[in-house]
Design a protein around this ligand. Structure first.
Ligand SMILES: Nc1ncnc2c1ncn2[C@@H]1O[C@H](COP(=O)(O)OP(=O)(O)OP(=O)(O)O)[C@@H](O)[C@H]1O
Ligand SMILES: [Mg+2]
Length: 261
């Protein structure tokens, strides 16, 4: 079988008793690039965090399966080992752990005991990806994300992505805070991974990322649901016209940001 399939069905998620996701359906297969767009506060990051098992997010209904395996039953580290990857909107800083050590243990966590990557091989692989992403080699020796600029953190997420080679990646606003050159480099990295064994869900606000990474499918999330899906032309229309036409088409009432209830 070529690639993995992540199947999200009728997913309902609450935070502190408040329902944020109200029945999300999405299927991502190996070889496919999906973009998710949508106004602020509609649950895009919640979707990403809930799939990865963030403890704050309570799944109240629905299912998530990776190749038929129940993801919601897996421990958080098992999800990563099963081949899921999350590039976070706000990557965390980990003081005391160098980027290089973090990457090596993440790679080894996905390998069988006794089959760990050798230090030499790891350094060779890391150096080649650092070169490819035009990241200064000294960065790998700094504590993970500590003091990194916004754009450096995002490049670092792509470094992780390229070294870990997951089956399915969810990239939450990987383009936010990137300068124009960095946007190209990050896109080049994601495009390099494109093959039948890699599926990707890209959460973004802007068409400009999708000029570099052509999505096969574009989805619009509003009020905790995927309300519309289409091809790349959907993202172009959103960029030109915003979201009002979808609200009108679907009869969705306007809501104030932060009042998602
Ligand atoms: N820990 C929390 N406590 C209370 N509410 C929360 C918490 N986390 C998220 N929310 C709320 O859930 C809703 C969805 O948030 P989420 O971060 O998923 O939105 P988003 O679609 O990613 O928005 P953006 O485009 O701004 O990144 C928002 O109304 C937010 O305020
Ligand atoms: Mg978000």
């Amino acid at each position: 079988m070529a690639g993995s399939t992540l199947e999200i069905k009728n997913l309902h998620v609450s935070i502190e008793g408040k329902e944020i996701l109200k029945g999300v359906n999405l299927t991502i297969k190996g070889g496919e690039f999906h973009a998710v767009m949508g106004p602020n506060g509609t649950g895009k990051s919640t979707l990403a965090s809930a799939i990865m098992g963030h403890p704050k997010y309570e799944i109240t209904d629905g299912s998530v399966h990776l190749d038929g395996e129940d993801v919601l039953e897996m421990e958080v580290d098992e999800r990563a080992r099963a081949g899921l990857f999350l590039g976070m909107q706000y990557p965390s800083e980990i003081s005391g752990v160098t980027t290089s050590d973090f990457l090596r243990s993440s790679i080894n966590a996905r390998r069988e005991e006794g089959d760990e990557i050798s230090l030499m091989k790891f350094i060779k692989e890391m150096d080649s990806v650092l070169d490819f992403l035009e990241i200064d080699k000294n960065m790998a020796q700094r504590y993970l994300n500590e003091g990194f600029s916004g754009g450096e953190k995002k490049r670092n997420e792509i470094l992780q992505l390229m070294l870990l080679k997951p089956e399915i990646a969810i990239l939450d606003e990987i383009d936010s805070g990137l300068d124009i050159d960095a946007l190209k480099v990050v896109s080049k990295g994601i495009n390099k991974l494109r093959d039948d064994n890699f599926g990707c869900l890209i959460i973004t606000h802007y068409q400009r990322l999708l000029n570099y990474i052509t999505p096969d499918h574009v989805h619009v999330m509003m009020q905790g649901r995927v309300v519309k899906s289409g091809g790349p032309e959907l993202a172009q229309r959103l960029e030109a016209e915003g979201y009002d036409w979808i609200k009108e088409e679907l009869g969705i009432e306007d809501e104030t940001v932060g009042q998602n209830a």
